[in-house]
Write a protein that binds this ligand. Structure first.
Ligand SMILES: Nc1ncnc2c1ncn2[C@@H]1O[C@H](COP(=O)(O)OP(=O)(O)O)[C@@H](O)[C@H]1O
Ligand SMILES: O=P(O)(O)OC[C@H](O)CO
Length: 494
């Protein structure tokens, strides 16, 4: 009974990982699912795909581990955040596809709400900007466009949830409608200071509060999963970036992590302070344990590893992501090519949905090596944008900081060294790269009483390699100024 099953339901695939009593990975089940793009800027998932791929991944992981559900002490769930679902309470049937976090269809609605002067109130209560990224206007859109939906929601017939809620509902066969504080914090409907659904914001968006899930601590009793062959309690839930923050043991104020997958999400623990960013970062809940909220500042970059995918699939410059390392090493040091990968606009701290990418500094001598180096460097420069915004927002972070990194891209030593150089701060890569799943597993295992407490877990965090900054400060400032100049040329407000 001392295994934990972590479910990681991401944007492109679902994964399930079995951890043993020492928090080591025993087995992994994984399945991708289709993305639906019904119109330009729209992104949808079929809710059944999300659930079925999770269920099959769980079965695969258990089979590979040669254990059964009866050997599990608990389940931890972590998930793509903000993605919005509505289903019938009576049948569990979704009334429409899930609207994914990347979906921009409510951009006009957000602009109108901003124009009507609602942004300040929303920022003060939710920590978020008025942006289509979050669930609130997506849910309003579903209720507006699905016949009879609002009346049915008012009658208590429909349930709203982010992906964690949808999975809990299905794991418990419709008995439990719940979420955790980190996922609630991404809906734009939850007051993260008062710790409750906000009736004024719900009224503004015409969202009946009957359809909202109950909000729990991240480590809590979320109900009994009954679909895996034995009863297993769901004991931990956190949004994926918060789970990575936990998995990186960023438990002290000022500690920060950055996850480099398709995009990049940086979170800094700000303790019991909700920091209202002056620099267009988000204020959010890092985790809630024993009723106590720890806040974070968050910066989201839309294109990180995706720029490497573009070199491979768009330009055909490389056959595999790892080839960028040798190319970057071979690049001409005299050439300063800068790539701004604003393929879908820029996220924090610019929030410019309309600008597009550009490459600067091309000469006749520019070739694949210089382009590959510029692509990898763009990830470092964007991180500096977030890092400097965080330091400016939170004076508590003024002393020297270390950045803990994870995600597929941190396998690139060259990128991590450049990141340290351009940040002017050490970059720490942990031994266990599965930090998101580890975070979810730890929440559940701690609640089950088989994993150590926060301090013990922190002590177990192990360093694979530290990258120390080696660039001289004058070069760093000159190169960062060149990046800022390049960004200023692509911004649509120019
Ligand atoms: N050695 C490498 N060098 C540079 N980029 C890499 C390397 N290995 C993987 N990547 C990039 O990392 C990303 C995959 O990371 P992952 O954490 O699996 O992403 P996600 O969870 O968003 O799918 C891809 O975009 C890929 O291009
Ligand atoms: O599923 P990921 O890893 O792309 O993460 C998505 C984020 O949670 C969106 O906010």
């Amino acid at each position: 009974m001392d295994y934990i099953l972590a479910i990681d339901q991401g944007t492109t695939s679902s994964r399930a990982i079995v951890f043993d009593g020492d928090m080591r990975v025993v087995s992994v089940g994984q399945e991708e699912f289709p993305q639906h793009f019904p119109h330009s800027g729209w992104v949808e998932h079929d809710p059944d795909d999300l659930w079925q791929t999770v269920l099959r991944s769980c079965e695969e992981a258990l089979e590979k581990a040669e254990i059964s559900a009866g050997d599990l002490a608990g389940i931890g769930i972590t998930n793509q955040r903000e993605t919005t679902l509505v289903w019938e309470k009576a049948t569990g049937r979704p009334i429409t596809n899930a609207i994914v976090w990347q979906d921009r269809r409510t951009a006009d609605r957000c602009a109108a709400l901003r124009g009507a002067g609602h942004e300040e109130m929303i920022r003060a209560r939710t920590g978020l900007l008025l942006d289509p990224y979050f669930s609130g206007t997506k849910l309003e859109w579903i209720l507006d466009r699905t016949e009879g939906a609002r009346a049915r929601a008012e009658a208590g017939e429909l349930a709203f949830g982010t992906v964690d809620s949808w999975l809990i509902w299905n794991l418990t066969e419709g008995r439990i409608h719940a979420t955790d504080a980190t996922n609630a914090a991404r809906t734009m409907l939850y007051d993260i200071v008062q710790g409750q659904w906000d009736s004024e914001i719900c009224a503004l968006l015409h969202i009946p509060m009957e359809m909202l899930p109950e909000v729990h601590d991240c480590a809590s009793d979320f109900g009994m999963a009954t679909v895996l062959g034995a009863e297993v309690p769901v004991l931990g839930v956190a949004g994926d970036q918060q789970a990575a923050t936990i998995g990186q043991a960023c438990f002290a104020p000022g500690m920060m992590k950055s996850t480099y997958g398709t995009g990049c999400f940086a979170l800094m623990n700000t303790g019991s302070d909700l920091v209202h960013s002056e620099n267009k970062l988000l204020g959010t809940i890092a985790y809630r344990l024993d009723g106590e909220v720890t806040y974070a500042l968050e910066g989201s970059i839309f294109v990180a590893g995706a720029v490497v995918q573009w070199l491979r699939d768009g330009l055909g410059l490389i056959g595999a992501a790892a080839e960028t390392q040798a190319l970057a090493e071979a690049a001409d040091p005299e050439q300063e090519v800068i790539m701004v990968p604003a393929f879908t606009g820029l996220g924090a701290p610019y929030w410019d949905a309309d600008c597009r990418g550009a490459i600067f500094g091309l000469t006749r001598a520019t070739g694949p090596s210089e382009l590959a180096r510029a692509a990898l460097e763009s990830v470092g420069f964007q991180t500096v944008d977030l890092y400097r915004a965080m330091l400016a927002d939170w004076p508590g972070a003024a002393e020297e900081r270390v950045l803990r990194v994870d995600g597929g891209m941190v396998m690139s030593d060259w990128t991590m060294q450049f990141l340290a150089d351009i940040l002017g701060a050490p970059v720490d890569r942990p031994v266990i790269a599965e930090t998101t799943a580890v975070g979810a597993a730890w929440l559940a295992g701690m609640r089950a009483g088989i994993y150590p407490d926060k301090q013990g877990f922190s002590d177990g965090w192990a360093l694979d390699r530290r990258f120390e900054p080696a660039m001289d400060p004058a070069t760093r400032e000159r190169r960062y100024a060149a990046w800022q100049d390049a960004v200023s040329r692509v911004l649509s407000k120019n």
